[in-house]
Ligand binder design. Structure first.
Ligand SMILES: [Zn+2]
Length: 408
């Protein structure tokens, strides 16, 4: 489980990553759109990210939820007033998604919580349910996007359920979450819940968020699970996977003249994993591309999972009749230590001699206990241990111009 934000590109983290525990391990997939988190305290939140997830029955009984029969024996439970339009939206999404995947989906309980006090939409998917909470009035677009994302987990989630190694879920978040997000958004386009311009806008925001990130190459195999509470880190794998899915889908379409696409591959992966009861991994993923793409390209695709510059080089030059261009943006990216390595190792690395970091007492090898990084202002706060003595260091990154890809 993790969350991402959709709006306010590079807006900040609102909390310090420190001693938070993740309780929600068995809730494999959640997404949060829109970064501000001003809840009013008097109304209950059904999707608290730091509380164990209770059973659906209890939630439904807590408030005045009404139930509706959806297509394909799915059920909707909601407290929303405009539930009829919701029924229509979800049925559209369910039917479109069921047509994409070969695997039959079991009926799901779909719980939609309308909470007018929330300014962001969150969602989670389990074995036989999805639950989404947010303000329908404030964010109907985001809400719909989260519904579509969580419902894609009905299929991609099967791979995780199959998986015995829970670490895989984090390691391959680019696949489990990024590809889910890609198909979630694609469903909205297919069902005309968004148009091509909105689709392209989502792609451009995703590109901007990913390629503007200070830590695009952070290694998820090395990061601590608590890091995933950091939206700036957690969203990276969503964005990376989305971009990768888009690239592979385009390439497959191109080489086959539209005869097959990424979905062909995903369906094959799902059926291999579910029938042979094997775990998802990069080799398995690559083996399914081999029938369709040249070896050198597959090599680049796999390398791009670790290296954002390779990912950038693989972007199609044209997408939905728009050309790939580059745009200069300023960002706080000049940092006087190696942020990626330090986060991966939980130890400070790469402090530049004579820099602000150095003058403030930051030293290579210090244990990194907590951090908060605001990419919007360049403010960085670190708590490090030196000879077991905690020390808080405030730093400011300098602005640098960088070039980000955009379809125009
Ligand atoms: Zn998800």
């Amino acid at each position: 489980m993790a969350n991402i934000k959709l709006k306010n590109v590079h807006s900040l983290l609102n909390y310090i990553i420190c001693f938070f525990l993740i309780y929600i391990q068995y809730m494999h997939s959640a997404i949060a759109l829109n970064n501000s988190s001003s809840h009013l305290k008097n109304s209950p939140d059904f999707l608290p990210f730091r509380k164990p997830f209770d059973n659906i029955e209890k939630i439904i009984r807590t408030d005045n939820f009404r139930s509706f029969d959806l297509d394909k024996r799915n059920k909707l439970y909601t407290n929303a007033h405009n539930s009829i339009s919701l029924v229509n939206i979800i049925n559209k999404i369910i039917l479109a998604q069921d047509n994409l995947f070969i695997l039959e989906s079991k009926p799901y309980n779909i719980v939609l919580v309308d909470n007018p006090n929330l300014s962001r939409t969150t969602g989670a998917a389990g074995k036989d349910y999805v639950i989404i909470e947010g303000s329908l009035k404030k964010n109907i677009k985001d809400y719909t996007r989260v519904i579509s994302h969580e419902l894609i987990h009905r299929y991609i989630g099967h791979i995780i359920e199959q998986d015995n190694d829970k670490k895989n879920e984090i390691k391959y978040k680019w696949f489990f979450e990024g590809f889910t997000e890609f198909y979630g958004v694609k469903t909205l386009l297919d069902t005309k819940l968004i148009d091509k311009d909105e689709y392209l806008k989502i792609i451009n925001i995703t590109l901007k968020e990913y390629f503007n990130s200070l830590i695009p190459n952070i290694d998820f195999e090395k990061t601590n699970q608590k890091h995933l509470l950091d939206q700036n880190i957690s969203m990276l794998s969503y964005n990376k996977g989305f971009i990768l899915a888009m690239i592979i889908d385009e390439k497959l379409n191109e080489v086959s003249n539209g005869r097959y696409n990424l979905l062909t591959t995903i369906n094959n992966i799902i059926s291999e994993i579910t029938s042979k009861k094997v775990n998802f991994n990069v080799d398995l993923f690559a083996s399914h591309l081999k029938h369709y793409l040249p070896e050198s390209l597959i090599k680049d695709i796999i390398a791009s999972i670790r290296d954002s510059s390779i990912l950038l080089s693989l972007l199609p030059s044209r997408l939905l009749n728009k050309n790939l261009t580059f745009q200069d943006t300023d960002k706080y990216s000049d940092i006087c230590f190696n942020l990626t390595r330090s986060l991966e190792l939980q130890k400070i690395r790469g402090v530049k001699l004579g820099s602000d970091c150095h003058n403030m007492g930051l030293k290579d090898g210090q244990e990194l206990k907590c951090y908060s990084i605001d990419f919007n202002s360049g403010n960085i706060k670190l708590k490090v241990l030196e000879n077991k003595i905690p020390k808080v260091i405030h730093l400011k990154a300098n602005k640098m111009t960088s070039s980000i890809p955009i379809y125009k």
